[in-house]
Design a protein around this ligand. Structure first.
Ligand SMILES: [Zn+2]
Length: 134
């Protein structure tokens, strides 16, 4: 099945996300890392979920992980194409949600290795999406 996936959710930066989107524009995925206990956290985290510290620093992710969960959003017949979405457990530990760019929907499975790509729509911010790791 050939899939044309053009619908990317438009996001706009704010003060808290500016550094994250500056990095995605360079095709770099940033996560937060606790300066006290060294735990990695998702980009939106404000305080370390392990020790409570507010001393979190942006750090570059390898951008690879495995699909922890997934679903295919199916539009009303004749109105669009199926849209695979997933939750990825990154190699550093945090989980991220995003679109899964894959042509063969039947091949999607939990534990599938993926890597990050970046996509922007309608002059919006570049956001991470996931593709199978080959
Ligand atoms: Zn911590």
């Amino acid at each position: 099945m050939q899939i044309t996936q053009t619908s990317v959710l438009r996001l706009e930066r704010d003060h808290a996300s500016a550094q994250f989107f500056d990095a995605t524009a360079r095709e770099v995925l940033l996560l937060k890392r606790c300066s006290d206990c060294r735990r990695w956290s998702a980009p939106e985290v404000v305080n370390c979920p392990q020790c409570g510290s507010a001393s979190l620093q942006w750090r570059e992710s390898e951008g690879v992980g495995v699909v922890a969960s997934w679903a295919v959003i199916r539009p009303k017949p004749g109105t669009g194409t199926p849209l695979p979405v997933c939750i990825v457990e990154l190699s550093e530990g945090p989980w991220l949600r995003g679109q899964l760019r894959i042509e063969d929907l039947a091949s999607i499975h939990t534990g599938m290795k993926v890597r990050t790509q970046f996509d922007a729509a309608d002059d919006g911010e570049s956001i991470p999406v996931f593709v199978p790791l080959t």
